[in-house]
Structure formats: structure tokens, C-alpha cells
Write a protein that binds this ligand. Structure first.
Ligand SMILES: Nc1ncnc2c1ncn2[C@@H]1O[C@H](COP(=O)(O)OP(=O)(O)OP(=O)(O)O)[C@@H](O)[C@H]1O
Ligand SMILES: [Mg+2]
Length: 274
């Protein structure tokens, strides 16, 4: 059953979409079955996956507001290596129309349940705001992944986001966890970037991913070719970083499973002894 990861930060331009597209492609390159859901009216993840957002007949708008079977909304982003539930500016209307719907924050969760066992990962690209679309993503998700650009205002807003995650956990989605914080567009020669990175490590410790995404012009170019970086320039620093990111995500998951199994075994021994 797919692990659902929402890629979120209400701050704009921090590398959410770049991370979503390239993590999806890198996971797919390791033979995982991946579905990317574009939940941003900007439709950047759709374009970056090689699908034209202007010519869509259906999008994640229809997922939220119409009872069309999910299978009919998913397209094969063949060149990118994964499946896509595309998004475009129709989603702006969805945000408004959802307000009139019962259990409006549960719509995504309810609608993707039917295809969840077909994938290993479902990644959701969120818009730069804590709106109803983002709430739907957080309600459906097992985990939140937070890209952060290490600059002066990076930490501002992070506490609001973490508070929102806690509220959603308490109200509707008790399993929601923070998968990790990811340092993006990192320039190691920049003193401020290093200072902010140190602060992140100090405050959030192991929640900060070890993999760092460097500033790399090839990553910025790839979307204009409608391709993830590993298809556009496999040897670039950006490609290597996102492949490493997928590796770290998988490794952390194994570690958690092993810990849980060890905990169960321990509990079993305890129960036998008692
Ligand atoms: N590591 C990187 N190196 C260089 N450029 C990058 C990198 N990551 C992202 N960019 C570029 O920075 C811009 C913002 O990135 P991106 O669109 O991924 O951010 P976002 O958080 O999804 O933005 P929004 O909040 O508008 O959805 C884009 O032009 C992208 O190509
Ligand atoms: Mg984006």
C-alpha cells in the first residue's frame, strides 16, 4: 500500500515542485511505482512531468469535485517514469467550491483510497499556502516533507506549518508525521546558508535530511524540457542529489520498520516473560 507524502511549505519558491518531480522520478528509477498528484493551480509539476496543463480534459479538480473514477483521471507521464494526476488553474475554483462540500478536508483521502494499493508512493505537490487544497493533502498524507531554502526568512512560517500539522494530527489524521526537512538550492559558499542550516540541525536534529540539494542550473532548466533531471542530465549535481534523496527516504523507511519490528519482538518477549 502506497505511502502518501505531501510536499509542503506555504512559503513560495522554496523547491517544492522541483523536489516532488525529481523525487518521484528518482523513486521510479529504483523500480518503485509512483503517482504524483499535482495539487497546485500553477500546474508546474504537471508541466515538469512533460504533460501540457493547457490541454487537460480532466485534472485533480475533477478528483475533488466530481465522481469520475480515479483511474480515468490518472495519466501515464511515460517520459518521466511515473503516473500523474495532473493539475491546472481549474484547481483555483476547486478551492472555492470545496467550501460548500461536506467533510471538505477529507475529499482527497476518500477519493484516492481506490488506487492506493497500486503504488509504492503517492507524492502530492502542494500550493504555496495553507489553504483547503493543502489541508486535503495533509489529511490524506502519512507524512509531510518540507523543502526549505536556507535563507534569512526560512524559519519564519515553519512553526506555523508544524502547528498546522499538529492540529491536523489531533483533529483528523493521527498517523500524520513529519518525514523530514530538506535543504534546497543550497550554496555552501554562502555564510548565511550555512548559519541557517546549522540552526535547522540544532532545532530539528535528525528530522533534517542528510541529503542536501545544491543550487544547480540544470535543475532549473529541466522543467522547460518537460523532464525530470535524471532524464535531462543524469550526471548533473542536481540529478545525483535527488537520486541520493530517494535513497535516504527508502533507507529511513527501512530503519523505521526494523525499529518497529524490534519493538514488537521486545514486547513479545516481555509478554512471554510476564
Ligand atoms: N536546486 C535548485 N537549483 C537551482 N534552481 C532551482 C533549484 N530548485 C528549484 N529551482 C528553481 O527555483 C524556482 C522555484 O522552485 P520550485 O518551483 O520548485 O519551488 P516551489 O516551492 O514549488 O514554488 P511555488 O511555491 O511557486 O510552488 C524554479 O524556477 C526552479 O526551477
Ligand atoms: Mg510549486
Amino acid at each position: 500500500m502506497a505511502r502518501i507524502i505531501a510536499i509542503t511549505n506555504q512559503k513560495g519558491g522554496v523547491g517544492k515542485t522541483t523536489t516532488c518531480v525529481n523525487l518521484a522520478a528518482s523513486l521510479a528509477a529504483t523500480h518503485r511505482k509512483v503517482l504524483l498528484i499535482d495539487f497546485d493551480p500553477q500546474g508546474n509539476a504537471t508541466m515538469g512531468s512533460g504533460v501540457d496543463k493547457h490541454t487537460l480534459e480532466r485534472s485533480s479538480y475533477h478528483l475533488l469535485l466530481e465522481e469520475i473514477p480515479v483511474e480515468q483521471l490518472i495519466v501515464d507521464a511515460e517520459a518521466a517514469g511515473y503516473h500523474l494526476l495532473p493539475g491546472n488553474s481549474d484547481l483555483t475554483a476547486a478551492e472555492v467550491q470545496l467550501m460548500q462540500v461536506d467533510s471538505r478536508e477529507m475529499r482527497l483521502q476518500q477519493r484516492i483510497a481506490a488506487v492506493r494499493d497500486r503504488y509504492d508512493y503517492i507524492l502530492i505537490d502542494c500550493p504555496p499556502s495553507l489553504n483547503m487544497l493543502t489541508l486535503n493533502a495533509l489529511t490524506a498524507a502519512d507524512a509531510v516533507f518540507i523543502p526549505i531554502q536556507c535563507e534569512y526568512y526560512a524559519l519564519e512560517g515553519l512553526s506555523a506549518l508544524i502547528e498546522t500539522v499538529e492540529q491536523i494530527r489531533e483533529a483528523v489524521n493521527p498517523k500524520l508525521e513529519i518525514e523530514g526537512l530538506l535543504r534546497t538550492m543550497f550554496d555552501a559558499r554562502n555564510n548565511l546558508a550555512n548559519e541557517v542550516s546549522d540552526q535547522l540541525l540544532e532545532h530539528f536534529g535528525n528530522t533534517v535530511y542528510r541529503t542536501i540539494i545544491p543550487r544547480n542550473v540544470r535543475l532549473a532548466e529541466a522543467p522547460s524540457f518537460g523532464a525530470p533531471i535524471i532524464k535531462y542530465d543524469r550526471t548533473s549535481r542536481g540529478a545525483i542529489a535527488y537520486l541520493a534523496l530517494a535513497g535516504e527516504l527508502i533507507r529511513r523507511e527501512h530503519e523505521r520498520e526494523q525499529l518497529a519490528a524490534a519493538g514488537d519482538a521486545q514486547a513479545g518477549v516481555g509478554a512471554q516473560g510476564g
